[in-house]
Design a protein around this ligand. Structure first.
Ligand SMILES: Nc1nc2c(ncn2[C@@H]2O[C@H](COP(=O)(O)OP(=O)(O)OP(=O)(O)O)[C@@H](O)[C@H]2O)c(=O)[nH]1
Ligand SMILES: [Mg+2]
Length: 656
C-alpha cells in the first residue's frame, strides 16, 4: 500500500501552513491565492506517511499549469488518502471542489482550518452537524493556534471513508454507467466517465499522454453522438453549487461579514493610490532607519576580527600566499555581505512578509489591473512583480499562476527589471552615499521609491513593447480572489522572514561569495607586466563603460557577479582597492571616499543604480527561466534588460 497523502483544497485555505505544521517544513505561505505552484512532499513527523502539498485549485476543470499539476496528481497518482482543507469562514465556496473530489476518491479527511477566524468574524459553525450531513471525518484546525494538528495526525492513521452520495438526474446517471462500461479497465471511476460524457478534451489528452490510451474509442464516439455535453457540464455545476449552498445554510449562523476599514479605503481609487505609496514609502523608510544600526555594529566587529586574524597569521608565520586570499579575499567579501547587505534584507523581508500575510499585497496587485491591460500583459503579472521584490527566480516559478503561455512569457521576461533583495541593499547604499545625506532617511526612502517606480514603469513599458512585437496578442482574463484581511501573527512573520527566508538567502549569498571572493582576489593579485588581471580587463572595457556612465571596474563587477547580485558592491570595492591591504570597509563614509577617489560622482551613482535595475538576471534566475519556458526565451531574458539598460544609459549620459 502506498503511504502517500494528498493535501488538497482551494487556493489560500492554509494547505501549506498545515503541511509545514505536520512535516516541520518551511513552504511558502501568504495571504493571496496561487503561492504553491509545484508539488512539495515530505514525511509527516511521527508517521510512515508522506504528505504532498498540492497547488490550490477551485475546480477540477481548471486551466493554469499549477492547477493541472494538482488535478493530475489527484487523478493519476497512487495515494492512500486526501486531506481536504477548507477555510472555516468560506465553506460554501470551498465545498465545491470537495464534492467533485468525492467522485475520484472517498478516503477523505475534511480539515476545517482557520477556526480561530470564526470568533473574529462572529460566525458560528456547527461542525458536528456538518460531519453528520457530509458523513465524513472532520478535524477542526488552526495552524495559528496550533489546534487540531495532533488530531490530524491521529486521523491519518485511521481508516477514513466518506459515505456521502449525491446523484445527478437519472438520464445522466444512466449515461455515466453506459460510458464506464465502454471504458477500458482502470478508468472506471465516476469522474472519468463524467468527463468523457462532458467531452473534457484536456482530461482526454492527459490520459492519452500518461497511459497512451485513447478514451474516445469507436464505441464511445458513437455513444457521444447523441449527447449534448454542454448541457451536462452546466447541470453538474448547478447541482454541486446547490449542494454547497444547502449544506452551508444548515451549519452557519450569524454569518454577517462587515467590510473592514482598510477594505473601504482600498475601494476608493484616490485613497488606494495614496495608501499604496504610503505603504511602499513606509517599508523603505523603516528598512533604511533600522538597518543602519546592526550594519555599523557588525562592520566594527568584523574589522576587529580581521585585524586579530591578520596579526595571528603574522605571529605564527603563515605564508602570505595562504592568508591573503583567505582574509583579504574570502573573509572580506563574506563579512561585507553579512554586515552591509544582510540587515536591510532581513528588515525588508519582514515588512514584505507582513504585507503578504495581511492581504495588502493582492489588493495592491488588483489595483494595477488597468495598467496591466494597457501594457498588454496579464493582471496576475502584478503578483509575480511583487514576488520579484523578494527574489526574481521565485517570481519566475510563480508565473505558473498565469494560464496563457504568451502572458506567462511576458511576465517572466520583464520580471528582472524589478530589483530583488540582492540588489536593494546596494541601491540603498549608493543613494545614501551620493543622492541624499545619510542622516536624511526620509530623502533616501523617497529616492528609493522613485527608483522602484522607475523599475516598475520599465517593466510595464517592456511588457507593452513585447505585446506589440514578438509576443502579439490579447492578455487573458484576470480572476484574482481578494482574500480577507487577517490579523497577522508577529511571531510567525519573524520566524518566516528571518529564520527561513533571510537566512536561506544569506546562505546562498555566502556560498556564492566564498569562491567569488577567492576569484576576485586572484584577479586583483595576478600581476602581468605590472598591472593586475582585474585592471587589464577593466581598462579594456573602460571606454565602453564610460559611454554608459559607469567605468570598467563597475561593469566588470556586474559581469563577475552573475551568480548573485549581492556581490556587485564588494567586487567594485575590491577592484578599486586592488592589492592594498586596506579593509573592505563597511561604513558608508569610508566606502564613499574610496568610490569618490576612483572618479565616482552623482552621474556614476545614478547610472550604476539604473544598470543594477536594467541588466541581465542573475544565474539562478536564468537557469529557472530556462527550465520554465525554454532556452530560447532565456536568451531573450538575458538580452532584453541588458540591451534596454545600455540604450537607456547611453541616452541618459548623452544628455547629462
Ligand atoms: N487566521 C489563520 N490564518 C491562517 C491559518 N492557517 C493559515 N493561515 C493563513 O492563511 C494564509 C494562506 O495560507 P497558505 O498556507 O499559504 O495557504 P495555501 O492553501 O497553501 O495557499 P496556496 O498555496 O496559494 O493555494 C496565510 O496568510 C496563512 O498565514 C489559521 O489557522 N488561522
Ligand atoms: Mg500553498
Amino acid at each position: 500500500m502506498n503511504k502517500k497523502i494528498l493535501l488538497c483544497g482551494n487556493p489560500n485555505v492554509g494547505k501549506s501552513s498545515i503541511f509545514n505544521a505536520l512535516t516541520h517544513s518551511h513552504e511558502h505561505t501568504g495571504n493571496w491565492t496561487g503561492k504553491t505552484v509545484e508539488l512539495a512532499s515530505k514525511k509527516i513527523i511521527g508517521t510512515d506517511y508522506t504528505l504532498v502539498d498540492l497547488p490550490g485549485i477551485y475546480s477540477l476543470s481548471s486551466l493554469s499549469e499549477e492547477e493541472v499539476i494538482a488535478k493530475n496528481t489527484m487523478l493519476f497518482d497512487d495515494y492512500e488518502k486526501i486531506i481536504y482543507v477548507v477555510d472555516a469562514c468560506n465553506l460554501e465556496k470551498n465545498l465545491n471542489l470537495f464534492f467533485q473530489i468525492l467522485q475520484i476518491n472517498r478516503n477523505i479527511i475534511l480539515c476545517i482550518n482557520m477556526i480561530d477566524e470564526l470568533d473574529n468574524k462572529n460566525i458560528k459553525l456547527d461542525i458536528d452537524k456538518l460531519s453528520k450531513l457530509l458523513e465524513v471525518k472532520i478535524i477542526k484546525c488552526s495552524t495559528y493556534k496550533n489546534i487540531g494538528i495532533k488530531e490530524l495526525k491521529e486521523a491519518i492513521n485511521e481508516n477514513v471513508y466518506c459515505t456521502y452520495n449525491y446523484y445527478y438526474s437519472s438520464e445522466i446517471e444512466n449515461n455515466i454507467k453506459d460510458i464506464s462500461n465502454l471504458l477500458e479497465n482502470g478508468f472506471k471511476n465516476r469522474y472519468i466517465s463524467l468527463s468523457v460524457l462532458s467531452k473534457d478534451k484536456r482530461l482526454i489528452s492527459d490520459v492519452k499522454e500518461k497511459y497512451g490510451i485513447d478514451l474516445y474509442n469507436k464505441d464511445i464516439n458513437n455513444y457521444l453522438k447523441n449527447i449534448n455535453s454542454e448541457n451536462i457540464s452546466d447541470y453538474v455545476s448547478i447541482k454541486i453549487n446547490t449542494l454547497c449552498r444547502i449544506i452551508t445554510k444548515e451549519v452557519y449562523k450569524n454569518n454577517n461579514k462587515k467590510k473592514s476599514l482598510l477594505d473601504k479605503l482600498f475601494s476608493n481609487k484616490i485613497s488606494t493610490i495614496l495608501i499604496m505609496i504610503l505603504i511602499m514609502f513606509g517599508i523603505f523608510f523603516i528598512t533604511i532607519v533600522l538597518a543602519n544600526y546592526p550594519s555599523e555594529l557588525l562592520g566594527i566587529i568584523f574589522t576587529k576580527i580581521e585585524n586579530i586574524l591578520y596579526n595571528f597569521c603574522l605571529k605564527i608565520n603563515i605564508p602570505s600566499i595562504i592568508y591573503e586570499p583567505l582574509i583579504f579575499g574570502i573573509y572580506r567579501v563574506v563579512t561585507f555581505i553579512i554586515s552591509v547587505m544582510f540587515p536591510p534584507l532581513v528588515i525588508f523581508f519582514t515588512l514584505f512578509t507582513y504585507a503578504e500575510e495581511s492581504g495588502i499585497l493582492p489588493r495592491i496587485a488588483f489595483n494595477f489591473d488597468k495598467v496591466c491591460k494597457v501594457s498588454g500583459c496579464h493582471g496576475k503579472q502584478c503578483l509575480t512583480m511583487c514576488s520579484g521584490f523578494g527574489c526574481n527566480a521565485c517570481a519566475v516559478v510563480g508565473a505558473r499562476i498565469i494560464d496563457s503561455k504568451r502572458d506567462k512569457i511576458i511576465a517572466v521576461l520583464t520580471n528582472s527589471f524589478i530589483p530583488c533583495n540582492g540588489r536593494f541593499p546596494m541601491i540603498i547604499a549608493i543613494i545614501t552615499m551620493f543622492l541624499a545625506r545619510s542622516e536624511n532617511k526620509l530623502l533616501v526612502s523617497l529616492y528609493l521609491c522613485l527608483f522602484v517606480l522607475f523599475a516598475v514603469i520599465m517593466s510595464f513599458l517592456t511588457s507593452f513593447i513585447l505585446s506589440k512585437t514578438i509576443l502579439k496578442g490579447y492578455p487573458g482574463f484576470f480572476v484574482l480572489e481578494i482574500p480577507e484581511y487577517k490579523k497577522v501573527k508577529l511571531s510567525k512573520i519573524l520566524k518566516n522572514s528571518f529564520v527561513y527566508k533571510s537566512l536561506s538567502i544569506l546562505k546562498k549569498a555566502v556560498i556564492v561569495s566564498i569562491p567569488a571572493g577567492l576569484i576576485i582576489w586572484i584577479f586583483t593579485n595576478t600581476i602581468i607586466n605590472g598591472n593586475s588581471l582585474f585592471n587589464i580587463i577593466s581598462n579594456f572595457i573602460n571606454p565602453f563603460a564610460k559611454l554608459i556612465g559607469l567605468d570598467g571596474v563597475i561593469l566588470l563587477s556586474f559581469m563577475l557577479a552573475l551568480p548573485a547580485n549581492e556581490i556587485v558592491l564588494p567586487i567594485i570595492i575590491m577592484g578599486y582597492l586592488g592589492k592594498s591591504n586596506v579593509s573592505l570597509l563597511s561604513d558608508y563614509t569610508s566606502i564613499k571616499s574610496v568610490l569618490v577617489n576612483n572618479g565616482w560622482n552623482i552621474v556614476t551613482a545614478v547610472s550604476t543604480i539604473i544598470f543594477s535595475i536594467m541588466h541581465f538576471p542573475c544565474g539562478t534566475t536564468l537557469s529557472t527561466i530556462k527550465s520554465e519556458i525554454g532556452s530560447k526565451w532565456m536568451i531573450y531574458a538575458f538580452l532584453i534588460p541588458l540591451v534596454s539598460g545600455i540604450l537607456f544609459l547611453l541616452l541618459l549620459n548623452l544628455f547629462l
